[in-house]
Design a protein around this ligand. Sequence first.
Ligand SMILES: Nc1ncnc2c1ncn2[C@@H]1O[C@H](COP(=O)(O)OP(=O)(O)OP(=O)(O)O)[C@@H](O)[C@H]1O
Ligand code: SF4
Ligand SMILES: [Mg+2]
Length: 335
Amino acid sequence: MMERTEPQTSSGVVGTASEEPLLQVNNLRLYFRTTKGVVQAVDDVSFVLGRRRSLTILGESGCGKTSLARALLRLLPRNVHTFSGEIVLEGVDLMKMNDEWFRKEIRWRKISYVPQASMNAMNPVLRVGYQIAEPLILHQRASREEAYKRAEEVARFVGLPVDFLNRYAFELSGGMRQRAIIAMALITNPRLILLDEPTSALDVLTQANIMNSLKHIKRVFDVTYILITHDIATSSELADEVLVMYAGHLVEHSPAEVFYKSPSHPYAQKLMASVPTLREDKALEFIPGRPPSLINPPKGCRFAPRCPKRFDKCDQEPPLFALDGGRVVKCWLAR
Ligand SMILES: Nc1ncnc2c1ncn2[C@@H]1O[C@H](COP(=O)(O)OP(=O)(O)OP(=O)(O)O)[C@@H](O)[C@H]1O
Ligand code: SF4
Ligand SMILES: [Mg+2]
């Protein structure tokens, strides 16, 4: 066990040791300027992700999950105050690229995105097939014929019947619209797909079906997922690794098999204890209080005001501790 205070370069939870990781994020910060002060939405987040790994990001509402995804894609609003750190994809530091290069070479080509609530944002006047083919036409200058052919291929892959490509979005069920959005993210053959709550508005059977399709896609394509979700139970189907965010900080990053059995950070433990299980007479826990404001968050450990295990030391901010088994935990108890 060692204390890690230097910029993190490896969490020890990536694929094979010999393979270069797909993504390394070092000391990433994304702050927003508001009239009330600066919101520290993503604050000093570092992690490493291996190829063909699925990383699930968990955390309560407002903890910075979508902001982290937007930082990785450089989809920044106008009121950015700070955007700094390193985002290294296949050995290349994306932060050193100018915006035009990033737009041309990275967004869609290498990293694609299924934004939160995107299935409700499909264009109502364009046919679904065109919307799936569009990223290929716009970002890779493919001909319409080529792009439509590929749209049919990916539609089959995600379980969207090919005749649905002639329909409009309002003629599709929620599950089918979500499949169309996933097909759109897949069509450019990206290395990394960020999915922000892709199944949150769907019934449980449709959720399970979509998770199965994502698993199938991962087996066939050389693709890595970052999946943001509130649905801890369903996400466990897909996750190889779990990253927990709290109040803009990464508080735990662990291999899925150890995380779902015994999460290490007190916040992660509380999150897991709040998941209902069928036919088990367990009292569901909840976490009293709310996450802090990200404008002037608490000085020491940000979870301290709600943590049942806090002690004197917690007045100071804990570093990330790397534990056996590839875990990284931001809590003094992990020292
Ligand atoms: N453009 C912005 N300007 C100011 N504050 C913002 C902006 N975008 C996000 N925030 C704030 O940043 C914090 C993190 O928001 P974010 O959307 O990343 O949370 P989240 O974890 O994705 O939440 P949810 O689970 O509800 O989607 C919140 O306090 C949010 O209000
Ligand atoms: S550092 Fe202290 S307050 Fe924070 S999670 Fe650990 S025990 Fe709780
Ligand atoms: Mg979000």
